[in-house]
Ligand binder design. Structure first.
Ligand SMILES: Nc1ncnc2c1ncn2[C@@H]1O[C@H](COP(=O)(O)OP(=O)(O)OP(=O)(O)O)[C@@H](O)[C@H]1O
Ligand SMILES: [Mg+2]
Length: 379
């Protein structure tokens, strides 16, 4: 079974406190996401010029990419108070009504994990977003009446790791959606230097580059790895974060050269050793590594897919040739390579063409995707 370890995605108490301390406080300190920053800056400044609460803002992107940070920055930039709640905390529409009816004018309401809000509350939110009104239902059954209650104009900032799960009417009521993407290594280096500075730990440039390269494009992971390397440097060295310390600490915590952690490797391991490289369905894969399907899908998969280790096909998840190579394994001759099989690549290489072709019922012809899978090198 896969177990959570020191560098795993789950936040601990220390992480919570440190994250607060390392959070950039304004848009200028916020590294990367240039397009989002520029878009947001326009939305905020134009609202300020018109002296109105800005449009509602939705932020979508994987864990640790800076959604909460950005929500706090939005309130700070507007000089507005910030109220924080989350989808799972809103179990009934009454919970939401209590929040909405006590908002101050111009307040920023941050609704984290908005896709996990209860349905009836969702409907209440539509009206509140559009008309700044909540309908409070009094009584039950046929005698029930809805009493409309005006609420102060506010700005909703919603965050979700799964924008696709939001009902269209909710998505449509946001004036602006910020899509947060993975960070470039150079941006992560910048974040690491800033964090090391705040932590008072001197760091070599090569060490920052090394840690950035293993951070899966994610600031939270970069900061987390930095703390582990810092620990190592303090206990085993003189406190200076050097390339040597970084190597040793990252090896100790089983973060490999490309940043794959234990969950990533557990997924690839199961996929290859138990399912001959796939295709295998998400839920089967999740059960096999002892994780929630949602964790596998939102925490591990986006990075594995983006770095070319995993392909999502209509028939399930498939290990790419690059994944076989990275794990040092030889694929069985009938292994499915890449997206929806890879008839061109596979058929050209061995006698199992018909096997692979049988899987391309999805209608995905040999296009650019196949080519890119092949470019990753067959082991
Ligand atoms: N652009 C950035 N520049 C500097 N630091 C950042 C940036 N984005 C995120 N961070 C750092 O990464 C940490 C995680 O960011 P944050 O909590 O905002 O992520 P999130 O998207 O809300 O994640 P989740 O989906 O898990 O709630 C923060 O503590 C912050 O220090
Ligand atoms: Mg968050």
């Amino acid at each position: 079974m896969y177990e959570r370890d020191a560098v795993s995605p789950e936040a601990d108490v220390e992480e919570h406190q440190i994250e607060g301390a390392l959070r950039p406080k304004n848009l200028d300190e916020f590294v990367g996401q240039h397009r989002v920053r520029e878009q947001l800056s326009l939305v905020l400044h134009s609202a300020q010029r018109r002296n109105r609460a800005p449009d509602h803002i939705l932020m979508s992107g994987g864990p640790g990419l800076g959604k909460t940070t950005l929500a706090m920055i939005i309130a700070a930039e507007l000089g507005a108070p910030l109220r924080i709640t989350s989808g799972p905390a809103i179990e009934r529409s009454g919970d939401l009504a209590a929040v909405l009816s006590t908002l101050q004018e111009g307040e920023v309401l941050f609704l984290d994990e908005i896709h996990r809000m209860a349905r009836p509350a969702e409907e209440m939110l539509y009206v509140a977003m559009e008309d700044f009104r909540v309908d409070v239902v009094v009584g039950k059954g046929p005698g029930a009446t809805a009493i409309p209650l005006d609420i102060a104009p506010f700005t909703l900032v919603g965050a979700t790791t799964r924008a696709g799960m939001l009902p269209a009417p909710l998505r449509d009521r946001f004036g602006f959606t910020a899509h947060m993407d993975f960070y470039e290594p150079a941006e992560l280096e910048q974040i690491l230097h800033r964090s090391a500075g705040l932590m008072g730990a001197p760091m070599e440039a090569e060490a920052a580059r090394e840690i950035a390269g293993r951070s899966r494009g994610t600031p939270r992971i970069a900061n987390r790895l930095l703390r582990r390397v810092r620990d190592y440097a303090e206990v085993r060295g003189d406190g200076r974060i050097t390339l040597g310390n970084a190597h040793a600490a990252l090896e100790l915590y089983e973060v490999d050269a490309l940043g794959l952690d234990r969950l990533d490797r557990a997924i690839l391991d199961v996929l290859m050793n138990r399912f001959r490289g796939g295709p295998v369905g998400l839920s089967t894969l999740a059960v096999s590594v002892g994780e929630e399907a949602e964790t596998v899908e939102t925490v591990a998969e986006p990075f594995l897919v983006r770095s070319g280790f995993l392909a999502r096909t209509p028939r399930g998840r498939v290990a790419t040739p690059m994944a076989w190579a990275h794990m040092g394994l030889t694929p069985p001759p009938d292994a499915a390579f890449g997206a929806a099989a890879d008839p061109a690549a596979n058929g050209g290489q061995n006698a199992n063409g018909q096997n692979a072709n049988g899987q391309s019922a999805s209608g995905q012809g040999p296009g650019g995707q196949n080519a890119s899978v092949r470019n990753n090198g067959t082991p």
